[in-house]
Write a protein that binds this ligand. Sequence first.
Ligand SMILES: [Fe+2]
Ligand SMILES: [Fe+2]
Length: 186
Amino acid sequence: MPDQDVVDLLTAQHEEITSLFAQLRAGHEAKQDVFTDLVRLLVVHESAEEEVVHPVAGRARFGADDEVVKPRLAEENEAKRTLSELYDLGVDHPDFDAKLAAFADAVAEHAAHEEAEEFTLLRAQYSSTQLRRMAGSVRAAEAVAPTRPHPHAGESAVANLLAGPPLALFDRARDAVRDWRSKQDL
Ligand SMILES: [Fe+2]
Ligand SMILES: [Fe+2]
């Protein structure tokens, strides 16, 4: 939805992330595809949060960002590492499911903190116009790591972008969001 504000958009993505984890834990038959969707969605989501949402929220607290923003950034760095390890293991590895389950719990806790503390703060401190504008950060990340690829998009450049390991996707999404942000007045 083009008019969705950043808080609604990120909250909806939290639900989508939860649903993808649940599908993987329930033994979805297309496990690899679901995991690929999860990687892509986490890349888009966490890159926008890392580059725009956390800095903006930190600033709204007049620099007193220790307990609201810093732990979230640390968790996101940890999540990147774990996601890479899961990717390297592969969905059929015997250790994958246990590692994924622990990761799902960590991500759920991370998201609950964001919603309770940071998103509330953003709503209180920024206008609806500003919050809608910030949603552009998520779209900028999505442009390089689409969350809804077409299964037969082999002909497009998009397919190549999706093939990379998680850390390469994170780097690409971060650059895209930074580039977007450099053109904004946020
Ligand atoms: Fe996050
Ligand atoms: Fe989040």
